[in-house]
Design a protein around this ligand. Structure first.
Ligand code: SF4
Length: 211
């Protein structure tokens, strides 16, 4: 596809009417930053319009990039297990990412995750804002530092403030916790078990406000 000139904001690719299907369709053609050239496809958020909880991660991973669906890889499976353990109905949730293309670099035959930069996050942010506007979730959960800082400001520290409800204009309840992929990357089994337990505890706090 020939490249369209871009002003570096996803907003220029917005449809006339903001609905989830029209946003998803429009996002498929987004070229507001260079990541569209690297990823296989745009990975837009998924879930129903009336979802009560919105989970926001950093960006799609390898499996998400190939399938076009968010949170379907190992981290997504861990999130699903955590939701089940915390007693949160998966159908009440909407899952998405701050950046909607997979940023990666080659290592041998593998594609290794590369953190999106500030310009890419800023270019992609209008899609997330539009998702928030359409869904109006009661609870937003930022997963990991990139999502937390994009939603709650650059000074926010997940290490210090995870699992706390933060006052925000974005939704009645806003919380940040770790990204499940960080649990999978834990250096040993004991740390992984501990981090997994803390993650479930955070999800249980979330479950309490959903009652
Ligand atoms: S990462 Fe976001 S802003 Fe960049 S091309 Fe993809 S959808 Fe557009």
């Amino acid at each position: 596809m020939p490249r369209k000139p871009s002003n570096g904001s996803a907003e220029e690719f917005f449809p006339d009417k903001l609905t989830l299907p029209s946003l998803r369709e429009a996002a498929a053609d987004c070229q507001a930053c260079d990541l569209w050239e690297r990823g296989t496809q745009t990975v837009f958020g998924e879930g129903r319009r009336g979802a009560i909880v919105m989970f926001v991660g950093e960006q799609p991973g390898n499996e998400e990039d190939l399938t076009g669906k968010p949170f379907v890889g190992p981290a997504g499976r861990l999130l699903d297990e955590g939701l089940a353990e915390a007693g949160i109905d998966r159908s009440q949730t909407y899952v998405t990412n701050v950046v909607k293309h997979f940023k990666w670099e080659p290592r041998g035959k593998r594609r290794i995750h590369k953190k999106p930069n500030a310009q890419e996050i800023s270019a992609c942010r209008p899609w997330l804002e539009a998702e928030l506007k359409v869904i109006k979730p009661k609870v937003i959960v930022a997963l990991g530092a990139t999502a937390a800082q994009a939603l709650l400001g650059p000074k926010f520290r997940v290490t210090k403030q995870r699992g706390e409800f933060i006052e925000s204009t974005l939704a009645p309840y806003v919380m940040a916790t770790v990204h499940p992929s960080s649990i999978l990357r834990a250096p040993d089994d004991e740390t992984r078990r501990l981090e997994h337990r803390r993650f479930i505890d955070d999800l249980k706090k979330l479950a309490r406000v959903l009652k």
